[in-house]
Design a protein around this ligand. Structure first.
Ligand code: ADP
Ligand code: MG
Length: 401
């Protein structure tokens, strides 16, 4: 089924209106007719339904040329092909019409077939423009989707590199949970014997019961701590790996850094001294998961750079400066490879072995930080080592209430 195309006509001359309306309807178009420029212009501004508008150049009130001018200045979603009807043949006038935003003109008196041919061109052009617009919107949303997938893939890849650490992290509380359970199991025959004997004999074995009374709550507390620790680690990982759209809210940068350090605990605990002096709350408007992803990437990069070096340090500072928050990750590793400061943010730039580095970390960090209205820069430290400096707009406590 072919769609009926909608055409708007504006002409202040009754005879022309009747004649034009009649032939356009005969050609099968759906036609709306206006007898003045103001109403025609309002309708065109408020509706995306028309593919073509045939406008008389000379009209009382707003003329055709003024309609073209206003429409071309407006930010309407869909374009409409504008044909001016004119008795003028002066080339300069016609140029003026086209410059005002008209797409074409037909000189009166005209052959109906000529007008029809030009309307068909208009419908074609308007369809192509709409298709093109739809195509570019689809492309934009595809690019947006791909970018999100890439950000998520990076999170999963850091999770991959942290997994062996996580296994360790979970193993530790698990081992004291099972130690405590073993203790409870070993103790139980004695406990139950003592309790039942003391009930039967009315005798109280004070010393043993005292021990039971002090040791059992401690053992249970040990189990509780272990279970909490495991669920905390698992929650942290689940939050970090979660797939979802970015949602910005007031958040404390210090807390997000703490959580990131916890996720990376195992990469840091062998010999890297972390110096992070947290100072109260520093609020930004941000997506916690995404900013955590940035911090984790920077911490893992520092840990990679510091691996196997003596006296290795990572210093993290958060400073509030007027309207910005400045977060610095400063390590005393080998620094960026010579001459690479401009490349490290390029996607796929990595100096690490296959399987260890993807080269996506810093480019994703840059994307996330810029999306938060901030920026990230790299700098060699004077005494050696690398610094990555993030600035983000600061959220004052007042603006959150
Ligand atoms: N703290 C750092 N010290 C030295 N070099 C670094 C540091 N952080 C990043 N780099 C360099 O930047 C490169 C790109 O980092 P990134 O984008 O995170 O990718 P990847 O870590 O997968 O290599 C690294 O391969 C490394 O050469
Ligand atoms: Mg990295």
């Amino acid at each position: 089924m072919t769609r009926t195309h909608r055409i708007l006509i504006a002409d202040d001359d009754l005879t022309s209106r009747i004649a034009l309306g009649g032939i356009l309807k005969k050609w099968g178009y759906s036609v709306d007719i206006f007898d003045n420029g103001d109403d025609a212009c309002n309708r065109l501004m408020g509706s995306d339904d028309y593919q073509v508008a045939v406008l008389d150049w000379m009209m009382e009130g707003m003329d055709g040329i003024e309609i073209c001018r206003r429409l071309s200045r407006s930010l309407r979603k869909e374009s409409c092909y504008l044909i001016l009807l004119t008795a003028r043949q002066d080339l300069r006038d016609l140029i003026q019409g086209l410059e005002a935003g008209a797409n074409d003109y037909v000189v009166k008196p005209f052959e109906p077939e000529e007008l029809h041919a030009r309307i068909r061109v208009g419908i074609r052009v308007s369809r192509l423009q709409r298709d093109l617009k739809k195509y570019s919107e689809d492309m934009e949303s595809l690019a947006e989707q791909r970018a999100q997938q890439l950000v998520h893939a990076d999170r999963l890849s850091t999770i991959g590199t942290l997994t062996s650490g996580v296994a360790h992290e979970v193993n530790n509380p698990l081992s004291f949970i099972s130690g405590n359970l073993r203790f409870m199991k070993d103790c139980w025959p004695t406990i139950s014997r003592v309790l039942s004997e003391s009930r039967q004999n009315g005798r109280e074995d004070t010393e043993l019961i005292d021990t039971i009374l002090t040791e059992i709550p401690k053992t249970l507390q040990g189990i509780r701590t272990g279970v909490d620790r495991i669920s905390h680690i698992v929650d942290g990982l689940k939050f970090y790996a979660r797939k979802g759209r970015a949602e910005k809210a007031a958040m404390d940068v210090n807390q997000a850094i703490d959580q990131s350090l916890e996720l990376c605990h195992n990469r840091l605990k062998y010999g890297i001294h972390v110096d992070f002096a947290r100072t109260g709350q520093t609020l930004v408007l941000g997506d916690t998961q995404q900013l955590q992803q940035v911090f984790v990437n920077l911490i893992v990069n520092a840990a990679d750079a510091l691996e196997g070096r003596a006296d290795s340090r990572l210093e993290i500072t958060v400073n509030e400066e007027e309207n910005i928050v400045k977060i610095t990750f400063r390590d005393n590793g080998p620094g960026f490879p010579a001459g690479s400061e401009s490349q490290i943010f390029t996607p796929f730039f990595t100096t690490k072995d296959v399987g260890k580095g993807t080269g996506l970390g810093l480019s994703i960090c840059q994307g996330i930080i810029e999306n938060h209205g901030g920026n990230i820069t790299a700098k060699h430290n004077e005494k050696g080592g690398a610094s990555l400096i993030i600035t983000l707009p600061r959220l004052s406590e007042r603006s959150t209430t």
